[in-house]
Write a protein that binds this ligand. Structure first.
Ligand SMILES: Cc1ncc(COP(=O)(O)O)c(C=O)c1O
Length: 369
């Protein structure tokens, strides 16, 4: 019987994630699996918590990876913090803000959505007005909106949320490892991310972090967390303390991979890593401009790692992406929702964010056009 794995091709991943993975991360994944209660695995878990605290600039004790992709991080934050009837304000300007409202609504929250045009950032004055009209338990926003390439002003929103007295929940799935994430300085109470974007690790884990205020809300719940698998009151007993209690079998080899991916980032130095993302982004924008592409998002709020671009007039974006994949082995992303068919999403995340990759893409596009 033919082995399906033999027909997998080597693709340059320049879409919205997953991103390229360093060979040492693959090597880490291939190490022998050990037991999830083994002392050396527990030592590795503790090391991962320290690495995440360093990368997220937080002292939160509850900082660890959840088993599951970025969406499991989103669910973890909402399911542990929302109690039925809680007023939750979602600041929405893309697909992942829409998903947040869906998740919070399913938990019986009283969800209000403050909408902003896709491709533009959240306007802090509008947030201040909304917070003046009603008392919220939680305010949630996406830092790097992967569906549009917009960076939201999370630090400024954090100040408003703190004054209001709500918990601040921030999605850093696409931002973590590509631009600064400073949880304590921004006043973030619940954070989640994913491994497959700028951490350059295959999809499968979702780093999360909860502040003391968030843990106090969790401990003060009237009812049990309505999801067994993501219940932090139990999972904390596996990830913290002198004696660890089994909850579910941790994805051991994924944690090896995450440890190595975080090690690479911290060894290179976060400032250098962020500069590298900015450098390749600037090169890409310059090169695309010469080919007649237009950036969809204003320069002041553009993400370096996710570039939403409008193809030159007369160019069919789907056909272009298909050719890139079939002839040049380069994966690019399509637009989502109202942006489907209008934009191409070019990811420069983690290991993908290298000058040689930008050069390869630009010369492929030049040939095609
Ligand atoms: C901003 C953002 N939030 C959440 C998610 C969901 O992550 P996943 O697809 O890994 O479940 C994504 C995935 O693209 C994302 O970009």
């Amino acid at each position: 019987m033919p082995n399906k794995l033999d027909s997998l091709e080597k693709i340059l991943l320049m879409g919205p994630g997953p991103s390229m993975v360093h060979s040492s991360v693959y090597a880490a994944m291939a190490k022998d699996t050990i037991g999830h209660m083994d002392a050396s695995f527990i030592a590795l878990m503790d090391a991962i918590k320290e690495q995440l605290r360093a990368l997220c600039q937080t002292r939160n004790s509850v900082t660890m990876p959840m088993s599951g992709t970025g969406s499991s991080g989103m669910e973890t934050c909402f399911v542990n913090l929302v109690e039925p009837g809680d007023a939750v304000l979602i600041l929405q300007n893309g697909v992942f803000g829409v998903r947040m409202a869906d998740v919070a609504g399913r938990l019986g929250a009283d969800v209000d959505v403050l909408e902003f045009e896709w491709g533009t950032p959240v306007i802090t004055d509008d947030v201040a007005k909304a917070l003046g009209k009603k008392k919220y338990a939680i305010v949630a926003v996406v830092h790097a909106e992967t569906s549009t390439g917009v960076c939201n002003p999370v630090e400024a929103i954090g100040k408003l949320v703190k004054d209001h007295g709500a918990l601040y929940l921030v999605d850093c799935v696409t931002s973590l490892g590509g631009i600064e994430v400073a949880l304590d300085r921004w006043g973030v109470d619940a954070f989640y991310s994913g491994t497959q974007k700028c951490l350059s690790c295959p999809p499968g884990l979702a780093p999360i972090s909860f502040s003391e205020a968030a843990i106090a809300k969790l401990k003060g719940r009237k009812n049990k967390v309505p999801n067994w698998y993501l219940d932090l009151t139990m999972i904390i007993n596996y990830w913290e303390g002198n004696t660890r209690a089994y909850h579910h079998t941790a994805p051991i080899n994924m944690n090896y991979a995450l440890y190595q991916a975080l090690r690479l980032i911290l060894q290179e130095g976060t400032d250098k890593v962020f500069e590298r993302h900015k450098d390749v982004h600037d090169r890409l924008v310059y090169g695309l401009d010469a080919l007649g592409f237009k950036m969809y998002v204003k320069e002041s709020c553009r993400l370096p790692m996710l570039n939403a671009v409008v193809p030159p007039p007369g160019v069919d974006e789907a056909a272009l992406r298909k050719r890139m994949r079939q002839e040049y082995m380069i994966e690019l992303g399509s637009g989502l929702g109202p942006l489907a068919g209008k934009i191409i999403r070019i990811g420069l995340m983690g290991e993908t964010a290298r000058r040689e990759n930008v050069n390869r893409l630009l010369s492929a596009l030049r040939e095609c056009l």
